[in-house]
Structures are given as structure tokens and as C-alpha cells.
Design a protein around this ligand. Sequence first.
Ligand SMILES: *Cc1c(COP(=O)(O)O)cnc(C)c1O
Length: 361
Amino acid sequence: MARVHNFNAGPAGLPLPALERAQRELLDFEGTGMSIMEHSHRGKAFEAVHNEAISLLRQLLGLSDDYHVLFMQGGAAMQFAVVPMNLLPPGRSADYILTGGWSEKALEEAKRVGTVRVAGSTAVDKRYTRIPHQGELSLDPNAAYVHMTTNNTLFGTQWHWLPDTGDVPLVADMSSDILWRKMDISRFALVYAGAQKNIGPSGITVVLARKDLVDSARKDIPVIFRYATYAANNSLYNTPPTFAIYLMRNVLAYTLEIGGLEEVERRNRKKGELLYETIDAHPDVFRAPVEKESRSFMNVVFRLASEEMEKRFVAEAAKEGMVGLAGHRSTGGIRVSIYNAVPVASVERLTAFMRDFAKRG
Ligand SMILES: *Cc1c(COP(=O)(O)O)cnc(C)c1O
């Protein structure tokens, strides 16, 4: 078996021990004579896995009882619609802070549901190279909520501070940096994240929602889209993606085993520092477009002198077992996604390759 150094942007690499556990348990889950996929979602075996995933999330985040942990489907993209369907009543308006392609998509979808405002944007010629400062935001004190994207997967920027929204609930798309370090969820009224970048496979979306917000959410929408439905039924209103939840459980259990989010943050900082140091040490070869204080520790983007050079970089790296380095189709360049599951050793291997590439020119 030859596992590659996987820098895919999403779905992304998973911790090997979490996959190996799934492999061991695949045909006969805990002596039940069937795989977890073949169990009823209402049965004891699956329910235990489901509840363990929820409690692991609570434990890792130190989440208070004021929050529901909900499992939904449809990805972060469905939340772009579900958030305003639940939280944006007629006659109210919601604020959106634009920091990249995903926040633009969230805004566009919300427009189809209700009234929205752009409360800030760092776009220059459709590109985003930084996170705004508080002084640049024009927040509506009467907004139903403020929406932000904590890490911008395409452009490689990440919020390293949080906007002060006063009494207005803060809603965050955390798809590409949830659990990247210890985080204070109490600053947010609602957080959502597709699992496939940092915490599991695709098919499952985690929603952390303040209970009072769920209680006061709109009731004039279909039952299947109401957060309250998921909250009232422990996210088992209809059949959930049982295998995705099981695999996420494996990832979360492994995360706790290695020391929780403190250890995760230590590794993630090390990976980011290694990459940015290498980029900055070779300004004649690598150019990072993102302003230093907005640099992402999840998606590191940089450019080379020409598209041709970038293609050569990606191809040569692939030959040496490093995959997933081409930038998003809309932005080009190189993007190194170094989510939680990417080992420090993979980044050490890549930065050695980068130094060698720079020397060869
Ligand atoms: C990947 C990503 C999405 C899209 O997620 P889906 O699960 O494919 O809908 C949305 N927002 C952010 C920040 C992302 O990184």
C-alpha cells in the first residue's frame, strides 16, 4: 500500500487510524454480524455511535448546554438556504460579510429567501486577499443575524479575530476550519460546517445552534428544513447518512486520543509556519497574494512566475507522491490544503520539494 501525501481541498485526507478502524469494523461491527451501514438508524448499535459523535463534538469544543449539536445533509451549500429560511423573517434583514467565493454564494442564496445587506467586503477585482477590520464593517444593529465565513477555502484567508456584532446573532460557515484549534463557540449563535474538510467524509453537515435561536426560528417553512425538527428528534427525524456519521465518530475519537484541540492546533500551526516560511524565503520563485495577518492555516495559496511553472510544479510534486496542489479552477495558482488530518511529515516533505524546486528554478 502506498498512501500519497494528500493536500486535497475537500473532500480531503482522513486520519489513517480512523480509516483503519473502519476497515477493521467494516464487515462485523462490534460482534453484531453486520456493518454499521446495515444497522437500523433507530437501533441501539447506531444510536450509540450517533450519540458518541455528538458528545465527542461537545467535549472537544467544550460546548455548553445552551447549544444543540445537529446533524444535517445537503452540505454547507444547503445551509446557505436553510439559515435564512429559519432565521430571516419577513420584514427583517440579514447582514453578510463577504470574504470569498463561499460567502458570495451564501449571500446569493439568502437573497432568494429574504432581504439581505452586504455589511462589508474585501473584494478587489473579484479577488479577496484579506479579512476586513472592524472599522470597515457597516453593521445593521437591527439585523436578524450577521453571516461570516471563518476560513476562505479558495483564497486562503482566515479570520484571526471575530467581528463585534453587539446583540445581533453571529452565524458562521466554518466548513474549512471547524476544530482547527480550540475555539469559543459561545461567540456564535449558529455555526455550520460540511464535515469533508476537517472532521470526516462528505455527506454530513454539523450545525451548532444556540437553543433560544432554534426556539424562536420561523415555523412557516417545511418541517424537513427546520432546525427545531432536528433538535426535537436528536437529528434522527429521517434516515441520516449513518456511515458518514460513523466515520466522523472515528475521526473525532482519534482527535481526542491524540490530545484534543490543543494538539491539533500545535500541529496545524507548525504546518502553516513551515509553508509560509518556505514561501517567504524564496520571494523570487513563490509569491503569496494574501496579506500576512489574514493568512489561512488551512489553505495556503501561492503563485509561481507563470501558469506554465505552476503546472510543472504540480506535475513534479505528483510524481513524488504529493497530490491535490492545483488551485481552485476559478483562482488558479497553487493551493496547499493542510486540514487537521494532514500530517506534519507531509508538509515537511512538500517544503523540502519546494526548496529544491526553487534552487533548480
Ligand atoms: C467546501 C465549502 C463549502 C461547500 O460545502 P458543500 O458541503 O459542498 O456544500 C461551503 N463553504 C465553505 C467555507 C467551504 O469550504
